[in-house]
Ligand binder design. Structure first.
Ligand SMILES: C[S@@+](CC[C@H](N)C(=O)[O-])C[C@H]1O[C@@H](n2cnc3c(N)ncnc32)[C@H](O)[C@@H]1O
Length: 343
């Protein structure tokens, strides 16, 4: 039996432009029935491209060894936080280190030797997770995401950044598709040599340069009510953020695992980008929400801020739309890499 749900029933009043995805009680039951339960999850084909309803610690034991190319983990941070029906309680740093090590080591068995790992954290949790990762894997980098939103504090700095640790199983052999994650920026000072643009493109819509991606990300906010990807999950990640991780560190057809999949963001983005996925989530309602988003992705593969295989800097939506509507006639196919990421 499913319990009464407050967060997902249609609220009486939603602003007209509020695009938040919600579930009715009936929909929750339908979508949940299309998720996989741990008892059935005994072979990879059962769980490939599935949301699994269960405790990640138990479900991971059911997965075959060496099947995952990319792990994206967004665990509960070491804070008091309510995830629908379950309250996560802040622990001591030592306890949180033990918690982190216990799921990471279980997952190590299912990772391929060439696999990459990303783990999300706030600044406090980052101190612990970085150290645990370093003990068991090769830490390659730490991305800092300026997520903008955060609660103001009277006696401290507002918390408006998160870390994403990047580690690999092998120190040297792993996928990193740098060209897939370059950022398209407007050129402020167009420099020419012999009358020709140096490292930038001249178009009827403006001048652009595709720049190497850094480990500081300030080009995306947390999802909010007018975004079509938004849900009522309390800690949902933006699709654009996950798209960067997946495009850089996996190839089409690879397997992406998210053991704390929440509203389904990693699975949805993996699907939109032609990767396989396994998402694990212990809350029924979040599983149903993830399943609904996955089914919507059958027909809608748009990722906000990523179009025509390009990540755009912020506040360029109008320009992106011009490019998408085929008006970028001055650029050659090579220049703007026009092939759609759709399959
Ligand atoms: C930080 S949230 C992930 C949010 C997700 N990245 C998204 O975009 O929606 C962590 C999620 O892990 C789930 N969770 C916590 N402990 C779990 C466990 N042992 N097994 C499976 N899921 C768990 C919580 O219910 C929560 O939805």
């Amino acid at each position: 039996m499913l319990h009464e749900r407050g967060v997902f029933t249609v609220p009486k009043e939603r602003a007209e432009r509020n695009r938040t995805i919600f579930l009715t009680e009936t929909e929750t039951n339908i979508y949940l029935s299309r998720c996989v339960c741990p008892a059935k999850a005994d072979t990879l084909s059962d769980v490939t491209d599935a949301v699994i309803h269960g405790d990640a610690f138990a479900v991971i034991e059911c997965l075959p060894a060496n099947c995952v190319d990319l792990l994206i983990a967004d665990p509960p941070y070491n804070l008091n936080k309510i995830f629908n029906n379950t309250a996560f309680k802040r622990m001591s740093d030592a306890e949180y280190a033990t918690f982190t090590e216990s799921w990471l080591l279980k997952i190590k068995r299912v990772l391929k030797d060439t696999a990459s790992i990303y783990v999300c954290c706030d600044w406090r949790t980052s101190l612990i997770i970085g150290a645990v990762l370093q003990q068991h894997f090769t830490v390659q980098n730490r991305i800092t995401w300026q997520r903008e939103k955060g609660r103001g504090a009277n006696h401290n700095w507002k918390n408006s950044m998160e870390d994403i640790w990047f580690a690999t199983v092998s120190p040297k052999t792993f996928t990193f598709n740098v060209d897939a994650v370059k950022m398209r920026r407007k050129v402020i000072a167009p420099y020419k040599i012999n009358g020709k643009p140096k490292d930038w493109q001249e178009t009827e819509h403006g001048n652009f340069r595709d720049t190497f991606p850094s480990n500081f990300w300030d080009d995306m906010s947390v999802p909010y009510w007018s975004m079509p990807e938004n849900t009522d999950h309390p800690t949902q990640k933006p699709e654009k953020l996950i798209a960067k991780l997946i495009l850089a560190s996996s190839n089409r057809g690879d397997m992406v695992l998210d053991p704390f999949v929440g509203s389904g963001t990693s699975a949805v983005v993996a699907k939109k980008l032609g990767r396989h996925y396994i998402g694990i989530e212990c809350e029924e309602e979040y599983c149903a929400l993830a399943q609904k988003r996955l089914e919507t992705a059958d027909t809608d593969i748009e990722i906000q801020g990523y179009s025509d295989d390009v990540f755009w800097e912020r506040n360029t939506l109008a320009l992106q739309q011009k490019f998408n509507s085929g008006q970028a006639t001055q650029l050659s196919e090579v220049d703007i890499n026009v092939s759609k990421h759709a399959h």
